[in-house]
Design a protein around this ligand. Structure first.
Ligand SMILES: [Zn+2]
Length: 314
């Protein structure tokens, strides 16, 4: 039986030991004298988004060569395999790794080489979703062009980065081109912004919603009323890529008990369980299963099995 993770950022999932080793090799000073690399990256207690995002500048600094990308992609897949995952969808904003020695195509090739190694070694399936950075229209355009020219090397397209003030409809033309090319679309929505953002994601062809948990705000449970966006998602069985620990760390919900995942499941939503940024959140999918139990989910493993049916790898 396949088990899938659908929402995991490649630059948010380096092994602490690998980060340290690569930093030493590259003489990357911010990390060299750090004793506890895991703690250095852990943003579970951080108070601002800036502090959370700062951690990525360090992982990205280590993702500037072909061989490092191969290794990081392979290890991400291996870690998923060791957690019982057979279908691994990873996502990355490829231009973070483009430099004078590395073209956008090289970045895709390196990541896919790492994944192919993992597929051959572990008998799993891996695929890459490209992320455009939504606060940078030029970047989204470049990622769109890269996706269109390499549709056989990727499994989907997404926009990531700050959701508030950067709604999906800003990129309607891009999403139309991506959909016309037959490329799968998932969109981060309903995390940093509300139901309107989720509706716009749907209007722009999202087959799945990254996070999407704020769809709960479209439902008035006490009065048994359901809004049109929630109705649409339920009726069309649009999967939500839920990442509990990540939501706690970005202060969306105070505790796992207050997270709406179980409510969403009981209301009939298609919920998948994901890791988002394993390094910054100091988590694994095994850990997320435990957190989901605390959030009231009776059978979190079942969510991973269901996720396999929502996977773009099918
Ligand atoms: Zn994400």
């Amino acid at each position: 039986m396949n088990k899938a993770v659908l929402h995991d950022h490649l630059d948010g999932g380096l092994r602490p030991t690998t980060a340290k080793e690569l930093a030493v090799k590259l003489n990357y000073t911010p990390l060299i004298d750090v004793d506890d690399t895991s703690k250095f990256f852990d943003r579970s207690e951080c108070s601002s988004l800036e502090e959370y995002l700062e951690a990525f500048t360090h992982t990205i600094a280590l993702m500037q060569s072909y061989e490092n990308l191969v290794r990081i992609a392979f290890e991400a897949a291996e870690d998923m395999h060791n957690n019982g995952i057979t279908l691994y969808e990873s996502r990355y904003a490829p231009f973070f790794s483009v430099n004078e020695h590395l073209s956008p195509e090289d970045v895709l090739s390196a990541i896919n080489t790492g994944f192919a190694e993992a597929e051959n070694t572990f008998g799993m399936k891996c695929g890459l979703i490209l992320c455009g950075m939504r606060h940078d229209a030029e970047n989204v355009k470049l990622v769109e062009e890269l996706a269109l020219a390499n549709s056989d090397k990727i499994i989907g397209f997404d926009i990531a980065g700050p959701e508030l003030n950067f709604r999906p409809s800003l990129f309607s033309k891009t999403f139309k081109n991506i959909a016309d090319a037959g490329i799968n679309i998932t969109i981060h929505a309903g995390e940093g912004d509300d139901v309107t953002s989720i509706q716009e994601a749907l209007d722009n062809g999202a087959q799945r919603i990254g996070h999407g948990v704020r769809i709960i705000e479209d439902i008035d449970i006490q009065n048994n009323k359901i809004g049109k966006t929630a109705e649409y998602i339920l009726h069309n069985k649009i999967p939500l890529e839920v990442c509990i620990t990540s939501n706690l760390h970005t202060n969306m919900y105070e505790t796992a008990e207050k997270h709406p995942i179980n409510e969403l499941i009981e209301l009939g939503f298609q919920v998948s369980l994901n890791t988002d940024n394993r390094l910054m959140s100091n988590t694994t999918i095994k850990e997320e299963i435990e957190v989901a139990k605390i959030a009231g989910v009776k059978d979190p493993e079942e969510l991973l099995v269901k996720s396999a049916s929502y996977s773009f790898l099918n």
